[in-house]
Write a protein that binds this ligand. Structure first.
Ligand code: ADP
Ligand code: ZN
Ligand code: ZN
Length: 742
């Protein structure tokens, strides 16, 4: 029985995507089972593979496995199911999904050789007397080992008694001590102090939220909750107390936070409440540290896991609760295969274990809030901040009027005045600019009109050579008009401001201020990011100019002003989610101010200040924003009213990319014709918004429809056909199901 196994062999992609049967020779039969890594013959090579099942017989002739690779059990049935679900849902190879689920890198257990007594204490004491005069240092070492519960390596022990390691070796030769290998856990947080914290008395809203969550946990319902509440409304306290109760029932919990908010403060809060029961997983740890944390989780030492996206795969055995904080963050979607969204994986995994899932945020993604409306998720709301601190005052400045008044700098009079006041008061300011623009749009500075694609409802992108406007969804192209189609002015031009330019102008306007820039360029060096933040916190910097990096989770009590140079770059990003992103971004940026006792103010500059994303962010009115935005999604049938698959074709050779993208388009359209479906739309192929990355040209193609299964069928067909064609050699075609940025 069980002489055969099904193995997923670790092959480079573009090869086969199926399991292979191998025979297990007698000597390995006890150690080979689900989740083990084996070495197998494949063709005339040796390959790694993972066991996904045992079998009694083989349908075909089989080869023997060569050996078992190590003594790690990489996954159990539950995590295998998660990997299989991801491979199917996100259309990737099972081996790719398995490798996302298991630990990677250096998977060695770290050991050290510690010195221990070879004989009993009383026998040793006798030896000490014998050696005292002849070899006093040796006697001292023995005395030390008798008196201390020592767990020291040779050199440390030698230091303690002020001798050399030779002394200890001689004791070993005499058979009085032995060296023993002991495992050591690499703990990245061992030097940190965690202030103990206890459960607070909950407010009635918190209490209600907690009760709803616990009801689901206690009844083993795989219910998803959306916990909506502004920063400081007490969401984390609800998480902590829910986890506390989950632990009492002997179950465990996973807490996901965006990588960037995995700050020592966050970790301290969880460690302070639950101490060693908390394991931390994120990409800043060494692979050894991550492996040790992984093993602590696997063997049940740690029952709470806090980590970034991939911590959703933590090998927790009895999962009761999953928490995803800042649910709307795009970093929960992985850019590489498997292109999974942690929220969807979480909900699938929770379903397997009848666990509850809590999504927390102040600005829910449209998808998540939509699901509360059709009662897929249960909405829980915290309406007020704990200390009743008011929300920051948001001023929206109309930049069209600044132009009329002859102000040609990128800073409105109001923003300049506010900065001046902050400098006088010795308070600090953040000047925020949306990510470094790789895309430029065309806008009229007199009336705010932006050139958009009429079919796709996204802004057109300016290309200089030849000077044309492109739609990055459907490939519509048009000339840049000389005059504004709306008001006829000649102030219509392309728009693009970089952080560097902002920094320069600020330096000119405020020569006495200490100004620092934080963006991709200035934070490339290791530690630079944390250094800028700590300098800012210590007020070595008056004005911090930055991109998204400054928008997240930091707590600066002395910051009383945030200036948003232009809300328009976010608003006119060529993506149907640009309004949603703008609302989230403005809300989040506003949250960076007024965290101390001094209150705070936000100045948002825009050429389209009347836009609902801006106006409703100013009012802190998510509900109205949602209603407007969801109506527009419905009208244009974008998600959540449709499903999307995005194909990205990339290669070093631009001609090949274009040829393949067009071929893919033909295949997709051909398949749709065969299916006789007239509901599915095909957009493109077109140059991707990010048209060249790391030396590779990029084109994209989008399909949009009601039924994901149908879209997948089309995608499967087209990609497989294309991969079999000679033109696709050295070309990468990558499929993104539910794309988040496009
Ligand atoms: P959020 O996660 O929504 O930002 P937190 O849970 O961090 O909110 O709460 C904000 C602050 O209020 C924290 O300092 C927290 O300790 C405190 N807090 C939360 N709940 C209570 C409560 N019920 N009573 C008193 N203080 C609370
Ligand atoms: Zn105009
Ligand atoms: Zn278009």
């Amino acid at each position: 029985m069980g002489e055969y196994i099904s193995v997923i062999v670790d092959l480079p992609v573009k090869q086969v995507n199926k399991e292979f049967t191998y025979h297990v020779p007698e000597e390995w039969q006890d150690s080979v089972h689900l989740g083990r890594k084996v070495i197998v013959p494949f063709g005339n090579q040796k390959k790694d593979g993972y066991v996904i099942a045992k079998k009694d017989k083989a349908e075909v002739e089989t080869k023997d496995i060569l050996e078992v690779a190590d003594d790690i059990v990489y996954f159990n049935q539950e995590l295998l199911q998660v990997a299989q679900w991801m491979a199917e849902y996100y259309q990737c190879y099972l081996i790719t999904a398995i490798k996302a689920v298991i630990p990677s890198g250096d998977l060695k257990i770290k050991t050290k050789r510690v010195v221990e007594l070879a004989q009993s204490k009383s026998a040793t004491k006798q030896k000490i007397n014998e050696l005292k005069n002849r070899a006093p240092k040796q006697a001292e070492v023995l005395r030390y080992l008798v008196d201390h519960k020592a767990d020291l390596i040779t050199t440390e022990l030698a230091n303690k008694v002020d001798t050399s390691s030779g002394t200890i070796r001689r004791l070993a030769d005499r058979g009085l001590v032995i060296y023993e290998k002991k495992e050591v856990k690499r703990d990245p947080y061992q030097n940190l102090d965690f202030d103990e914290s206890n459960n607070l008395d909950l407010t009635s809203e918190q209490e209600q939220a907690l009760n709803s969550i616990m009801e689901a946990v206690n009844n083993n319902q795989s219910q998803t909750f959306l916990l909506k509440g502004v920063t400081g409304s007490g969401k984390t306290e609800v998480y902590l107390q829910a986890i506390d109760q989950v632990l009492e029932q002997g179950q465990g919990a996973i807490v996901l936070v965006p990588e960037i908010s995995l700050t020592p403060q966050t970790i301290t809060r969880f460690k302070g409440r639950f101490q060693e029961q908390v394991a931390v997983l994120h990409s800043q740890l060494s692979s050894g540290e991550r492996f040790d944390e992984w093993r602590r989780i696997k063997n049940g030492e740690a029952k709470i896991v806090i980590g970034a996206r991939s911590a959703i795969f933590a090998p927790l055995s009895d999962l009761g609760l999953i928490i995803i904080d800042e649910e709307h963050e795009t970093t929960y979607k992985q850019d590489d295969h498997p292109k999974y969204h942690a929220r969807e994986v979480a909900i699938y995994r929770a379903g397997l274990k009848q666990a509850a899932t809590v999504l927390g945020t102040a600005t829910p993604s449209l998808e998540a809030y939509y699901r509360t409306q059709n009662e897929d998720y249960q909405l829980l709301e915290l309406h007020n901040r704990i200390d009743d601190r008011p929300m920051p005052e948001v001023e929206v400045v109309d930049m069209r009027e600044e132009l009329n008044r002859g102000n040609r700098t990128m800073f409105s009079e109001l923003l300049q005045e506010e900065i001046t006041t902050r400098l006088e008061e010795e308070e600090q300011a953040i000047v925020f600019l949306n990510r470094r623009g790789f895309s430029t749009f065309v806008q009229c500075r007199k009336c705010g009109y932006v050139m958009r694609c009429e079919d796709c409802d996204v802004s057109l992108t300016y290309h200089s050579n030849p000077p044309l406007l492109h739609c990055h969804y459907c490939d519509h192209k048009e000339k840049v008009p000389d005059n504004c189609p709306e008001c006829g002015s000649k102030y219509i031009k392309y728009f693009g401001v970089g952080t560097q330019k902002v920094e320069e102008q600020l330096n000119e306007l405020f020569p006495e201020a200490n100004i620092k820039r934080m963006d991709v360029d200035t934070t490339r060096k290791k530690g630079a990011y944390r250094r800028i933040l700590s300098d800012f916190k210590e007020h070595k910097i008056d004005i911090l100019v930055g991109t998204q990096m400054v928008a997240k989770g930091h707590d600066f009590p002395n910051v009383t002003l945030v200036g948003v140079v232009t809300a328009d770059t976010a608003l006119n990003f060529p993506d149907f989610r640009s309004s949603e992103r703008t609302f989230q971004l403005l809300t989040q940026v506003a949250g960076r101010t007024g965290r101390g006792d001094k209150g705070g103010e936000v100045v948002v500059q825009s050429y389209t200040p009347e836009h609902y994303s801006i106006q409703l962010a100013k009012e802190h009115d998510y509900k109205s924003f949602y209603e407007q935005e969801i109506a527009s999604r419905e009208a244009t049938s974008y998600p959540p009213f449709s499903k999307l698959i995005n194909f990205l074709v990339s290669a070093e050779d631009e001609d090949k990319v274009i040829k393949n993208a067009h071929k893919l388009g033909e295949l997709v359209r051909g398949k749709i014709e065969i299916l006789e479906n007239n509901e599915i739309q095909v957009l493109g192929p077109v140059q991707a918004p990010l048209s060249k990355l790391q030396g590779k040209f990029r084109w994209q193609l989008i399909i949009k429809g009601q039924e994901l299964d149908l879209l997948r069928e089309i995608s499967d067909y087209a990609v497989t056909e294309l991969r079999d064609m000679s033109i696709s050699e050295n070309v990468k075609v990558s499929v993104d199901v539910d794309p988040l940025r496009m």
